[in-house]
Design a protein around this ligand. Structure first.
Ligand SMILES: *[C@@H]1O[C@H](CO)[C@@H](O)[C@H](O)[C@H]1NC(C)=O
Ligand SMILES: *[C@@H]1O[C@H](CO)[C@@H](O)[C@H](O)[C@H]1NC(C)=O
Ligand SMILES: *[C@@H]1O[C@H](CO)[C@@H](O)[C@H](O)[C@H]1NC(C)=O
Ligand SMILES: *[C@@H]1O[C@H](CO)[C@@H](O)[C@H](O)[C@H]1NC(C)=O
Ligand SMILES: *[C@@H]1O[C@H](CO)[C@@H](O)[C@H](O)[C@H]1NC(C)=O
Length: 187
């Protein structure tokens, strides 16, 4: 007798428990599975960007030293120094040619250079989009390859690499024009 009386109560509490569980699962959900195509990832495009990067010193420098170690001043390779840069990017070697963006970020001098920077584009379909680079720049090698670790805007989900080489270097002033070829996969 006692059993039959309790049955409806158990079913009711089970139903309440299920309802509450579902309610809280729904309330707390912060993720859902989306299809890659909803963000245009069904089609990846390979874009080749070619531009010149101007790194200049002197009165209006595009790179400034913000820190150095006590030993940096006796190192031939600036070991231990950190520079912050905001360097113009142009379509041709001439600094007066069309400006397409900037290389902004920092460089730490170790054996090579630790490059942490983004290319910020200001022209056409790329205006406002960025490509992030984190890589090792061995300045004495002819071509330096650095990985693309991501991007924004047109370059969301970016991957690829950048190749930099010295186009022109004035050893007296340190002014350099670097030629960059960037290969980037993106939606
Ligand atoms: C990538 O390619 C597709 C197909 O050709 C095109 O619709 C899309 O606009 C391209 N994306 C970019 C950023 O150029
Ligand atoms: C190169 O360096 C000098 C002196 O540091 C500077 O005045 C000049 O504007 C720089 N740029 C170019 C393109 O020569
Ligand atoms: C290098 O810097 C250190 C610390 O700032 C200083 O004591 C030393 O005299 C400097 N050496 C040279 C060669 O300038
Ligand atoms: C760069 O462009 C400027 C302006 O168009 C021009 O006066 C200058 O001669 C050019 N320099 C070189 C090296 O081509
Ligand atoms: C790039 O975008 C900025 C901000 O939206 C705008 O002010 C500027 O005129 C644009 N430049 C070009 C060349 O479209």
């Amino acid at each position: 007798m006692a059993n039959t009386k309790q049955k409806p109560v158990s079913i009711l509490s089970l139903a309440t428990f299920c309802f509450l569980s579902l309610y809280f699962v729904k309330k707390q959900a912060f993720s859902k599975v989306s299809s890659p195509s909803s963000l245009g990832l069904n089609q990846e495009n390979l874009t080749h960007l070619h531009f010149y990067f101007h790194d200049m010193y002197g009165r209006n420098p595009t790179s400034v030293e913000v820190a150095e170690a006590a030993q940096t001043n006796i190192s031939k390779t600036y070991f231990g120094s950190v520079f912050v840069m905001d360097c113009p990017l142009t379509t041709h070697p001439n600094i007066s040619s069309k400006r397409i963006g900037y290389a902004q970020g920092m460089t730490a001098y170790e054996l090579g250079l630790l490059m942490i920077l983004h290319f910020v584009f200001t022209e056409g379909e790329y205006n406002g989009s960025t490509i992030s680079i984190l890589g090792r720049n061995l300045v004495f090698e002819n071509v330096r390859e650095m990985p693309i670790v991501g991007g924004s805007g047109v370059f969301r989900f970016a991957r690829g690499y950048a190749e930099g080489k010295t186009f022109q270097l004035d050893v007296k002033t340190g002014n350099a024009t670097l030629e960059y070829n960037v290969f980037v996969l993106h939606p």
